[in-house]
Write a protein that binds this ligand. Sequence first.
Ligand SMILES: [Zn+2]
Length: 142
Amino acid sequence: MSLQDIKTKLKELAFEKTTPFCYSCYVKCPSGICKSCGSDDLMRHLEGVGVEYGTDWVIESIVEEELEAIDLEEVFSQMIEESYGEGVQIGCISKSTSLAIKELDPIAWDLAKDEYIDSLGEDESIMEVGGDYYWIHDLESL
Ligand SMILES: [Zn+2]
């Protein structure tokens, strides 16, 4: 599935899981029009979470509830150790490769990590939802 398809699907899911809600009358309006005041300017009501306009907050809430965000530091460390080996010898000590890079050059570590995250985004392997990243295959499972 493409990123765009996933966004569309998540939006559909957000509509499915919520009910239109008239904030002025404070009632649910499943038909999409408020029976009390006739307004169609309705918020979305998500059971147990709240009421607000739009669906972005619904999507964030569903995703946070159902999925585990990616630990980018962990994923990047794994990639580094797969590429360069798990450990390095520096003089008389041996350290984990990722720990050594992080300690010796934290700026290079962060730069490389950001690039790696960007590349995962470009490959459409991960997607940002509400400030956290999630695997596309996890999002598809929703
Ligand atoms: Zn109303």
